[in-house]
Design a protein around this ligand. Sequence first.
Ligand SMILES: [Zn+2]
Length: 145
Amino acid sequence: MSEWCQNKKCPEKKTSGQIRGSKGAKYYQSNRLGSYTYGGGNFCTLQCHNEWAEQYISQAIDTLGIRIHEPVKINLDDAWYVEYKYGYGLDESYRYHLRNKLKGIDRVITQQQAQTPEQIADDYSWQTINTTQAKELAITLGLAS
Ligand SMILES: [Zn+2]
């Protein structure tokens, strides 16, 4: 990692904060990366991230050898997830749903089933178990095998 924004066009934003040097020899320079960064800690702003991505993203995909040539698929048995529903007047006991739209299943579950003990302790009611855990729960509840 570098402490400087990786977009070579960064100084072209020509903001007042990018001005350096003394009278008669002033110049614009790239932004130093602060506490708010974008693109995995490489860019000063979303604009810089987008400019860089526009130019290099295809090259990055091909160089890394990660271009996909077939659509990625999630099959029936791996399509489980937990959905958190929130809305005014919504009964709390209907907050969490174990769902598999491919199987046409929408089962109301408890908070204890929907969240990890850590998530419950943190009191982040919108966080839920991941898809792997959701599949395990479906098996536990006899909805999948
Ligand atoms: Zn920048």
